[in-house]
Design a protein around this ligand. Sequence first.
Ligand code: ZN
Length: 470
Amino acid sequence: MAEEFPFEMSPMYEGERIRKDDLYVELAGPKSKGFELVRSADMSEVEDGKVTLIGPDLKDMEEGSTYPFAMIYRIAGEGVEPDIESIVERRNHDFQNYIQGYMHLNQRYDIWVRISKAAVEKGLESLKQIAEATMMMFKNELPFIEKIEATYITDLAEVEKELEEAKKVYEARDARTRDLHDEDVDTFYGCTLCQSFAPTNVCVVTPDRVSLCGAINWFDGRAAAKVDPEGPQFPIEKGEVIDEIGGEYSGVNEAAVRLSGGMYDRIKLHSFFEYPHTSCGCFEVVGFYMPEVDGIGWVDRDFKGTAPNGLPFSTMAGQTGGGRQVVGFLGIGINYFRSPKFLQADGGWKKVVWMPKALKDKVSDSIPESIAVATEEDATDIESLKKFLIEKKHPVVETWTAEEEEEEKKEEAAPAAAPAEGAAPPSGIPTVAPMQMPSMTVSGGSGGGLKIVLSNAKITVDKIIVKKKE
Ligand code: ZN
């Protein structure tokens, strides 16, 4: 019962942010390590309600400090099977955010928790109280969980050891969809978990496209919809194929209208430039188009620097998120890089020009050998990126030359103008942008030696010309 706890629990606390000044301790997050993991087990293996804490408890922690933090739950029940683990795990985020004075961000190995001073003043003294409250909500909200126990870890060595195990579990889950493709199934799955902060988000999970948060693949969606038909994951019938390469389906478009409250009526699952998937806010990676090189860069949550367009992840995430369909930016889950349909409408990897080294290393198996993708070690701004791409004969370079020749005779058109937001694009022609990002403001630049000519206010990607300044 809630009376047992020195804090309140309600969805109204979901949006609660704990700022630095109100912070008692920080757990996991960018300055430390941590993860969350749910495993299914047999009924006989789980001791319902049990909490094990390894490492210092809240009352032993130094105020204002950061500690490693892992949360491992074991669940059992008649409807509980390994397929359901990811879906249950993803809910840890929701339920923990219901706790007053407790903030949970992200998922899997990216979790980031803050506990407020006010919560401690009100009597929160142990992480076991958090575990008990969370498990109570798991059982209340997900009735197929008959038994649950938790192990919380704040000891660094132990977190690191278990993290290696957890990574194997995440990898095995991600690998499952590798042999199954969009054309093999009639049903995709939708998810509304992010609609609390991204009300027009249309999350569509298919065999070839993992959820943006990276935590839900097609198998997870199917298992969740089966075990909890009233829950936030539900089937979306594919319907007619409208664009096979772009990944457009009548059933998805209908679902888009419904889920976005009429805001969006077309989604192409595998396109960056034409009716791209909406971006919620918890995406693992954000993609950004750089018209100067006619290529796409990607930056992940862990990368602390700025991308060649001069922006850090946080700024681009802010511009992209909220459940909007923004041409020029796209939030994705890391595993989508491994999809054979990865942005196939745009040429896939042929369009990718830059990503942080750590991210590139993670997905290097999926990058075709013929494509040299720059990292922060090769290029930190547009100039150095351009140089790298020419040197490495990146496929985008060919498109520059072709366009230069094609446009040679044309007079320089009006200076860069962005299409008004909401202006209807001519049918079939994708507009690039609401061009609201500073990096796309085309100017003479400081010693850049580059001039970008946009030949029309209704900018199409194919019409972007990069030519030498005279
Ligand atoms: Zn999301």
